[in-house]
Structure formats: C-alpha cells, structure tokens
Design a protein. Structure first.
Length: 146
C-alpha cells in the first residue's frame, strides 16, 4: 500500500493569525489499485500558521491505526527541514532543547506528540521539486475556509 500525506498551511507569515489555517490529505493506493482519500482542515484562533501546520500533521497521523510506509509532502519549509535534518533526534538527545538560539523549542507539545506518532511508521519527506504538485496547489487554493 502506497501512502502519501499532504500538509498545506495557508500563509508563510510567521506572526500570529486571528485564524491560522492548514489542511491535510491522506491518499492511499490500495493493493487492488483503488485510491482512497481522507482529508481535513485545522483552524486555530490566535495562533501561528506553523502551529496549525503541526496540528494538521498530528491530526492526520492520528488516522493511521497500524504501521505504514508514508511519504509526507509538507508546504512549511521549517517544519520540513526539522525532519530532513533529523533535528528532532538532536532535540531529544539534548532533553528537548535546541543547542543554539536560547534553547527553547516553540510548539514543543506538538513536536513531542508528532515524534511519538511517527515512531510507528517508515516515513520519508518530499524535497524540492517534489513539492510542486497539483495536490498541494489544489489544497492551497481550497484554504479559504472559515
């Protein structure tokens, strides 16, 4: 079974938003070739888009009831870099602190939750050109929710 997970935030603005928004979509190609999709949206009041993106990722990962091989396409550059550069394992080793920049990890509750959720799966993250795809573009267009 092939599983793709897409996460799209509404804006790249790092400031708090009145309504921070993100969408998630899970696309599974079953063994018989059938494609099944599930999706959802997150709207958080007085939060950053980054928090909404992390919340959407966590919410999507909750939908998996057994271990899976998942490819994640995520629009947020920083969140993607955290995974591609294995920063979470460094943070864990350092008692959940960054080595630089005051040591504080923003949205630590969600990072810990996501790290735990991902531990059950074989996960890869899309890079560069792979992120320019119709699914993420359509999700971005649909982010005018609420």
């Amino acid at each position: 079974m092939k599983v793709d997970l897409y996460i799209q935030g509404k804006t790249k603005n790092p400031a708090k938003q009145k309504k921070a928004q993100a969408r998630w979509l899970i696309s599974c190609v079953l063994n018989n070739g059938t494609v099944e999709k599930r999706d959802g949206a997150v709207i958080l009041n007085d939060a950053t888009t980054k928090r909404a993106v992390l919340y959407a990722l966590s919410q999507a990962l909750q939908k998996f009831n057994k271990a899976a091989v998942i490819k994640i396409y995520i629009s947020d550059d920083y969140v993607r870099a955290v995974f591609l550069n294995s920063w979470i394992s460094r943070w864990k080793t350092n008692s959940w602190h960054k080595i630089r920049l005051n040591g504080e990890i923003k949205h630590l509750d969600l990072w810990k939750q996501i790290a735990e959720q991902l531990s059950n799966h074989a996960v890869t993250f899309a890079r560069g050109e792979e992120l320019k795809n119709k699914t993420l573009e359509e999700m971005e267009r649909r982010l005018n929710i609420g």
